[in-house]
Design a protein around this ligand. Structure first.
Ligand code: ZN
Length: 340
């Protein structure tokens, strides 16, 4: 109901020309909207996980940027201009988190079609392992088998899981993940375990592998997009932010070392894995020569905020078309909104 009211109010504001006034204002010119995307569906991932969108949805967003003449800038240049106060009007940057194969297969060609630059925050450990990410594929499999019950005992995992309930599915992912950790399973062993689960749940695991669903890009793909102008940046090696300084710094260094052999840009931009950050992190990042870091907090970036705590708009199907336009214009920055 509230959402409907908000959309009606936004439609009215747009009709009255308010979006255009704010979009061309001096206020907006001092700000950068950083868009955040994760995955683009190779099959039906968007029905399972709200972080996934369809290729058609992504294309529609790019069309909106082009039609309304937003200035899509490379992240590095945009952040520099933001700091110096020299942004052009209507500045936007596009970022993708994690660096999945679906970016290479679907996102990258669409960006190219529009001539838009983008940054990919690449987590790297699994780039050397041609398997779907264990936690994600389990979550996906349990969702596919949501009309079933799964007895964990067959896999050495305690518990019988009623997969019709979302909370139980989440608990099952945790239980399998903990089991994998306890047993110190290798990526290949985890993959074999996921394949067994898929077989029991009647899911075509070969198709998941063939489409390379939920897999990160490999080294060749990352070199290819980097050479074609995609700015590949830091996202930790193992997609985690340890609270211990030494371990945290190791994540940055391992990530940077892996990427520096395969990419061209200076590796100085970072995105907090899962958007989680603590006050200790910015000084640790600064000491590692990282100059910007993005969160998943909803907002439009300005130069008065710590560049190591930049907000973004996590764009997804819950962001309506008019809401998206309101964010582009800057109007949404004035409205109350839920934390992402
Ligand atoms: Zn991530």
């Amino acid at each position: 109901m509230l959402r409907l009211l908000k959309n009606c109010a936004l439609e009215t504001a747009r009709t009255l020309g308010l979006f255009s006034i704010v979009a061309h204002s001096r206020w907006r010119q001092q700000r950068l909207l950083i868009l955040c995307y994760h995955g683009i569906s190779l099959k039906d991932e968007h029905e399972w996980n709200g972080l996934y969108i369809t290729p058609a949805f992504f294309r529609k967003r790019m069309e909106t940027l082009a039609r309304l003449r937003y200035r899509v800038l490379p992240l590095d240049a945009a952040l520099r201009a933001l700091r110096e106060g020299s942004l052009p009007p209507k500045a936007v940057s596009i970022t993708f988190d994690d660096g999945f194969h679906d970016f290479h297969r679907l996102g990258f060609p669409i960006l190219r079609e529009f001539g838009f630059p983008a940054a990919v925050y690449q987590t790297t450990y699994y780039c050397d392992h041609p398997f779907p990410l264990f936690n994600l594929v389990l979550s996906y499999l349990f969702w596919c088998g949501r009309d079933r019950r799964l007895d964990g005992a067959a896999y050495g995992v305690p518990g019988i899981f009623d997969l019709s309930r979302e909370q139980v599915r989440r608990g099952a992912v945790d239980a399998f993940r903990d089991f994998g950790r306890r047993q110190r399973l290798s990526p290949a062993q985890k993959d074999a375990l996921a394949a067994r689960v898929a077989a029991e749940l009647g899911v075509d695991y070969d198709e998941i592998l063939r489409l390379r669903m939920l897999q990160l890009m490999n080294a060749g793909q990352i070199s290819e997009i980097a050479a074609a102008g995609i700015d590949v940046q830091l996202h930790t090696h193992r997609h985690r932010s340890p609270l211990d300084e030494e371990a945290f710094i190791r994540e940055i260094r391992d990530n940077r070392q892996w990427l520096s052999a395969r990419t061209v840009a200076q590796l100085i931009h970072f995105c907090y894995p899962s958007g989680l950050y603590r006050t200790e992190f910015p000084p640790w990042l600064r000491a590692e020569q990282v100059v910007s870091a993005t969160t998943c907090e909803r907002g439009i970036a300005d130069r008065w905020r710590d560049p190591l705590l930049l907000p973004r708009l996590l764009d997804s199907t819950v962001v309506t078309d008019v809401d998206f336009e309101a964010w582009l214009a800057g109007v949404s920055a004035f409205l109350p909104h839920r934390r992402a």
